[in-house]
Unconditional design. Structure first.
Length: 302
């Protein structure tokens, strides 16, 4: 099977089934990661070297196992499809974002706060409707890059082993990559490796968002505002996405009891419920664009 057809099949499987309700491989991996963290970072006492060791023990054996499966079976295409399916989060992102927008449309702010709290790590208990819409829009743009486009990128580049390596690394960053007393040293490797793996995909996503909306504004916001953001990869993605949508993101947000004043991203009015849906539409349209480009590239070189 061609790479384009396999990739389309993996995306279609995710769209049709969503995340497995039972026995998701990442749930088991999360338990493994927790045990490794307890072993190598007791009471937050682990050093960078311990984090590197734990990362290698968590990620490399499973990546190698995936590579071996692609070498010893005649159904390599099936391994590829299911690896991509388990790594993608397109439908999951939609299933998290849509209820937030619906609750805002119905004026049910408590429910909107609760549902957006499932998407973001900031405190949502005191958010007004604008704050909920901003958090939801930011989450869709950023998680679209991490959970969808970056997985597609590494699958296209390196097949099933590539997408497994990326998804496991990204999961460890979500679990260990915090800048706090517990993870400052131990989580350093997980955070830096995730930054490296997302560097190229994030910029391709920023370009994709720009092409699907207000191109000039998106590119201007990307160039001027992204360097001010604390994340080297989220900055381009969210600045371009905000410019593409013609809304203003960023601003104050409370994380773990501390208020962080974040730089402004984009230009235009504050986001509303429909902007969460527009952001989701950007992600879906971007996936379709990537699949089209991959298909045309394969046809061109055939």
């Amino acid at each position: 099977m061609s790479l384009a057809l396999i990739t389309c099949a993996g995306v279609a499987l995710d769209a049709a089934l969503g995340e497995p309700r039972r026995a998701h491989p990442l749930v088991a991996f999360g338990r493994l990661a927790s045990r490794l963290e307890q072993r190598f970072n007791p009471a937050g006492g682990g050093w960078r070297s311990h984090g590197v060791t734990a990362w290698c023990l968590a990620v490399l054996p499973l990546t190698l196992l995936t590579w071996l499966l692609t070498q010893v079976t005649s159904l390599t295409w099936a391994v590829d499809i299911f690896a991509l399916y388990f790594a993608l989060g397109l439908r999951s992102l939609y299933e998290h974002a849509r209820p937030v927008a619906q609750a805002l449309r119905l004026g049910n702010l408590p429910l909107a706060r609760e549902r957006v709290g499932w998407m973001v790590s900031r405190n949502t208990a005191a958010l007004d409707a604008t704050g909920v819409a901003r958090a939801g829009t930011e989450s869709v743009l950023e998680n679209g890059s991490d959970a969808v486009f970056a997985a597609l990128f590494w699958f296209i580049v390196a097949g099933a082993p590539g997408v497994v390596l990326y998804r496991l690394s990204n999961t460890l960053d979500a679990m260990w990559g915090y800048r706090n007393e517990r993870f400052e040293r131990f989580g350093w490797a997980a955070a830096k490796i995730d930054d490296v793996l997302n560097y190229i995909p994030a910029r391709l996503v920023a370009l994709t968002y720009a092409l699907l909306g207000n191109v000039a504004l998106a590119l201007r916001c990307w160039r001027r505002q992204a360097p001010m953001w604390d994340s080297p990869n989220a900055g381009p993605v969210m600045a371009s996405g905000a410019g593409s949508l013609g809304v203003s993101l960023g601003g104050a947000a409370e994380y773990h009891g501390e208020v962080h004043e974040r730089p402004r991203l984009g230009e235009g009015p504050a986001p509303r419920a429909r902007d969460i849906e527009r952001a989701m539409n950007r992600v879906v349209a971007g996936v379709a664009l990537w699949l089209l480009c991959l298909t045309l590239w394969e046809v061109g070189i055939a």
